[in-house]
Ligand binder design. Structure first.
Ligand SMILES: [Zn+2]
Ligand SMILES: [Zn+2]
Length: 398
């Protein structure tokens, strides 16, 4: 029997177990940096497979190694994020969240159960590959500074040193049975902007005696958008959006200050730094020129996610071999953020999408919504494909 057939058979016979694990995780979701029961569950399952998990990395992270022949020859990391979101689940399912107000609405239960499934397959096949597979169960994808950055600081990519890294994420916009890849830049950096614009409030009938922070803030928003349109290289994707503008006066009362909050996203680390510097200078200078002041605070988020071109090309070809040409699609750029980006900045990385949509069954809700769910046939595809990609990549001599 070929390796592909073996993996497919194992993925098929393990599917009910992977689904049961997903249901357990879905029923007991935990928020970012608080995934204690989740981590214990993962460690327990890894021990049942026969592995020796290392717990407590980034507090609630779990790592385990599967060593094939000649284990030092090459190391590939497989990452699953494990945290849930502060959302009240509205699905009426047997595995509905029992932790009210917390829900696996981004599919991290799917990623975790999939990687546990892949671990079982890969451990059974460890005589068939050379090198080491590092399983990385990572906390807190959803919350800055992101569990990935902490795991990297705590050495997850060392001992043994990881050469390449794969991450799989559910895609409710892609039909189940299909997989999506994109080479190069894929997801955006995510920085939060907090501006407090101060003036001098008073009666709206006497603007000449005041410093109007509402007008300063309005000019500021327009001016900052001009930085995006005038200073950014046109070929470099970038977004600046302000979702909060609080000027708490009334029709005839100008307030003392205005607060604005927004998000700046891009796919170029140099431009990211340059853009932020320009925005700060513009906002502060604009306020000063108009007689007020501006406190400009940036809360740095994740870097942009770049898929290593050669690795991604190879993984796409291997996915075609496993799934068929018609089931492998190209992804568009996406200006959302993902902390897998931290790995992609330091090792060869490939972050790909696992289709989970089933329109006929009404499984169409987006991630981060209270009705998000998946077509669980993805739980046979996910572990099998990841196992296949890992073994094929380990057998590539580079
Ligand atoms: Zn998410
Ligand atoms: Zn996610």
């Amino acid at each position: 029997m070929s390796l592909e057939q073996k993996i497919k058979q194992m993925a098929h016979s393990n599917a009910s177990e992977v689904i049961a694990n997903r249901h357990h995780l879905h029923s007991y979701p935990e928020l970012s940096f608080q995934e204690y029961k989740t981590a214990a569950f993962i460690a327990q399952k890894l021990k049942e497979i026969g592995l020796s998990p290392q717990e407590g990395i980034a507090n609630t992270g779990v790592v385990a190694l599967i060593e094939g022949r000649n284990p030092a020859s090459k190391v590939i990391g497989l990452r699953a994020d494990i945290d849930a979101l502060p959302i009240f689940e509205q699905n009426d399912v047997s595995y509905k969240s029992t932790n009210e107000g917390v829900m696996h609405a981004c599919g991290h239960d799917v990623h975790t159960s999939s990687l546990l499934g892949a671990a079982k397959i890969l451990n059974q096949l460890k005589d068939e590959f050379e090198g080491t597979i590092k399983l990385v169960f990572q906390p807190a994808e959803e919350k800055a500074p992101g569990g990935a950055s902490i795991m990297i600081k705590e050495g997850v990519l060392e001992n043994p040193k990881v050469g390449s890294m794969l991450g799989q994420h559910v895609a409710p916009n892609i039909p189940v049975g299909k997989i999506g890849f994109r080479e190069g830049m894929y997801m955006a950096s995510t920085d939060e902007l907090y501006l407090t614009i101060k003036g001098k409030g008073g009666h709206g009938a006497m603007p000449d005696q005041l410093i109007d922070p509402v007008l300063i803030a309005s000019h500021t928003i327009v001016a900052l958008q001009q930085i995006i349109s005038r200073n950014r290289k046109p070929a470099s994707p970038s977004v600046l959006s302000f979702g909060r503008f609080i000027a708490d006066g009334v029709t005839n009362v100008i307030p003392n200050e205005v607060t604005i909050q927004g998000t700046f996203r891009c796919m170029d680390e140099e431009w990211r730094e340059d853009g932020l510097k320009r925005m700060k200078k513009m906002a502060e200078g604009m306020a000063e020129a108009m007689g007020g002041s501006c406190e400009f605070t940036v809360v740095k988020g994740y870097p942009f996610l770049k898929n290593h071109p050669e690795l991604t090309r190879r993984m796409k070809q291997e996915a075609i071999a496993y799934m068929g040409q018609e089931n492998v699609i190209d992804l568009d750029l996406w200006m959302a953020g993902e902390d897998f980006a931290f790995y992609s900045q330091v090792v060869d990385a490939c972050f790909y999408r696992l289709g989970t949509r089933n329109e006929a069954r009404g499984i169409i809700s987006g991630v981060h919504t209270p009705t998000f769910d998946i077509d669980e046939s993805a739980l046979e595809i996910g572990p099998g494909l990841m196992s296949w990609l890992a073994i094929r990549e380990l057998s590539t001599r580079s």
